[in-house]
Design a protein around this ligand. Sequence first.
Ligand SMILES: [Zn+2]
Ligand SMILES: [Zn+2]
Length: 149
Amino acid sequence: MQRPQKRMTKQRSVILEELSKVRTHPTAYDVYEMVRVRLPRISLGTVYRNLEHLSSSGMIKRLDLGGGQRRFDFVNDDHMHIRCIACGRVDDVVLNQGQGMTTIEEMVGTASGYQVLGCSMEFQGICPRCRTETGRGSGGRSEHHTGTD
Ligand SMILES: [Zn+2]
Ligand SMILES: [Zn+2]
């Protein structure tokens, strides 16, 4: 049963707005720190409840990734994520899929017989920044990559 949707509260719209500005997949605490700039009296519990509400109503995406921390993503389309096991940052993985190419959803649908409605896939790795920090000494003559701009 669905309740009629209530008017969005000021707190909730600020949370949504702040979340829409970043692509860093913040944790509830990160969102709290962002929102607190504009709503100094908001509590972490309020932020958390609003995030849960927004994600259960499909307006944001909740990422239950490895690493123990629940993160939130404003972008509501289906994309994959990659998490750096060194620093914990999470990035979007957007594959360049030309027209007519088989998507992962299609492949999974064919293999499983399901109608695939979405996916939340997580890869793990070492992000470019951590690679340049930890790469020294391990691989010998590893070149310094500066192609991230
Ligand atoms: Zn990293
Ligand atoms: Zn994302």
